[in-house]
Design a protein around this ligand. Sequence first.
Ligand code: MSP
Length: 522
Amino acid sequence: MSKSFYVTTPIFYVNDAPHIGHAYTEVAADVLTRWHAQRGESAFLLTGTDEHGEKVLRTALGNNTDPKSWTDRLVKDSWLPLLETIDINNQDFIRTTDERHKVAVQKFLQKLYDDGFIYQGSFEGNYCVGCEEYKNDGDLIDGEGEFLGQRVCAIHSKPVEQLNENNYFFKLSEFQQKLLDHYEQNPKFVQPESARNEVVSFVRQGLSDLSISRSKERFDWGIDIPWDSSHITYVWFDALLNYITAIGYGEDDAKLASLWPADVQVVGKDILRFHAVIWPAMLMAAGLQPPKQVFGHGWLLVGGEKMSKSKLTGIAPNQITDAFGSDAFRYYFMKAIGFGSDGSFSWEDLSARYNSELANGFGNLASRSIAMVKKYFDGAVPAPGEYLEADNQVIAIAKKAATEADAAIDEVAIHEAIQKSWLLVDELNNYITSQAPWVLAKDEANQERLGTVMYVIVEGLRVLNVLLAPIMPKATGKLWAAIGEGELSAQTIGSAGQWGITKPGFVLKELEALFPRVDQAE
Ligand code: MSP
């Protein structure tokens, strides 16, 4: 089996329903995976849910139910439907309560224990249940409002809890130099650069061993430590392993080898250290390779702070998709926010971009182009005659858009891939204005020139159709049904910019409306 391009999202806590911050991560990972599939590669996207730990347990109990019933309901009613809402094409969905996961986590733990990477000890520290993490003093800030006078978690703005535990530790400190060497030898391992710098300087300061178990005297919602059933596994240690337990760790070596190491692990920058420090150290201890890349993206902000349900600033993804559709959701968040940077969402910006870029820019380009081929050539794509300078310019931009958008994806610069593709949308709209097919159509003597112009437009649309397929699967599916021959999935990104693929004489079909007018912004 050859290796597939393997992309992962974080697995999400099921203490609440998803908001657009979670959907943002899902869409980015999905676009990357679909792009690689459109290149003709085998590509695999894993996502799922993180169900153990105190945070989920407390929420379940607070809702007068047990954690398993709570997570079952939320996964079914909220998290799986999210994937439909924003059109995610994942190849697997893992829940940390899956039997396959639990068994493999125990195998992994036992191996590390047997190999001497785990020991028993005691620990005292400040725990943030929201982060499910012990905090250093430097991670805390002064509380405000009801927490005035207390030190609170900088992410959740809630007080931390003093814990004194007797538990098992992973020898993370032994991996400091190995990790630094790994960052040095693999400059792209943590991206973007700002994230990489933060991680490297964090590790340079030295690493403490990591407490990886919790006594059942406190709570027991987790996976049993295999050699000591009075302890359960720390939720992050359990959760990080999902990336390999889903693909056959300890069970199916061939499947594991066909996917691991992951090519891109997409995470929010809030959980970068877990993925770029603890996770590779765990893998090194088990004799496995670290992922090829961990990409830490920015936050969707509300009022300058990370959008979050606990702060009541979360917006449900379907509030947006009900009005604008999933393609617009995907396009907007991937284009409007540089991937890796923070960004704010606004209904006004979304609505303005929907109208100008999607409905007028792309949708209208497609519908009027097809309408003109119908009107002037009975729907049959005409053969091009001699190309003039204006035509050659479109051809050059089509090629450039395809090459540069593809290169941007290798840098995980999703916004740039869209910007590069959009140069062709703008060029085709300008070309239509400057060539004015409706003027050419007035005189029979211009028939050949009119044919060339219409061919250039349809062929340009085809290039766009392929490049935008990973971003807007629904609209490009409709466009392909009107202008394409064969399966859209068989059109590779690598050949998208080649000129002359549309066959003269091919009869265009009806085009369904791509971006219907949306009158209200909400
Ligand atoms: N369960 C852990 C991850 C375990 S992975 C082994 C967790 N879950 S989470 O549900 O709290 O958040 C997961 C991810 O959701 C974040 O890393 C980030 O990718 C995404 N986001 C949550 N809020 C977000 C924003 N406001 N903006 C952008 N992404 C956000 O952490």
